[in-house]
Design a protein around this ligand. Structure first.
Ligand code: CMP
Length: 140
């Protein structure tokens, strides 16, 4: 077993509804440890850069507008199989398809306002962590 790090965002629907503690509780109960965390309000350039992989998708404009509509909390999560574990506790992208007990099933409002983002590979996790954090900001 290997300890991994993955990247998480609590999205503007989570901060707006004061659900950041509820989300962290579910992450911690799943065995993930928050080793870096900061509340930020992304600029449009940051959101466009972060989601550049989706720039040809029809929902890109709305996705960027949503992600800059309020503060978010960016986090680094650590644990055994952290990337897959975080994906499991998040649930499916569309909350309508998410399993009961997952963050998105219990808390998300819609496919856009789906409360959390999580890296989908270890390679993307490393890129996404580096997008928002300096190495010295991560304290395991
Ligand atoms: P996230 O994991 O942050 O990655 C891209 C986001 O695009 C995704 O979560 C969704 O919140 C958002 N999104 C909005 N509309 C769609 C859609 N139709 N299909 C997939 N993702 C969408």
């Amino acid at each position: 077993m290997t300890t991994e790090r993955t990247f998480s965002i609590m999205k503007p629907d989570a901060t707006r509804r004061n659900l950041t503690g509820a989300v962290v509780k579910m992450l911690e109960e799943a065995g993930l440890r928050v080793v870096a965390s900061k509340r930020i309000h992304m600029s449009r350039a940051q959101a466009e850069g972060f989601y550049a992989v989706h720039k040809e998708r029809p929902f890109f404009g709305e996705l960027v507008s949503f992600m800059i509509s309020g503060p978010v909390v960016v986090q680094v999560l650590e644990g055994e199989n952290a990337m897959a574990k975080n994906r499991e506790v998040m649930g499916a992208t569309n909350p309508a398809n998410a399993e009961p007990g997952t963050i998105r099933k219990e808390l998300a409002e819609s496919i856009e306002a789906n409360t959390v983002h999580g890296s989908d590979s270890l390679e993307n996790a490393a890129t996404e962590i580096a997008f928002f954090f300096q190495p010295e900001e991560i304290v395991g």
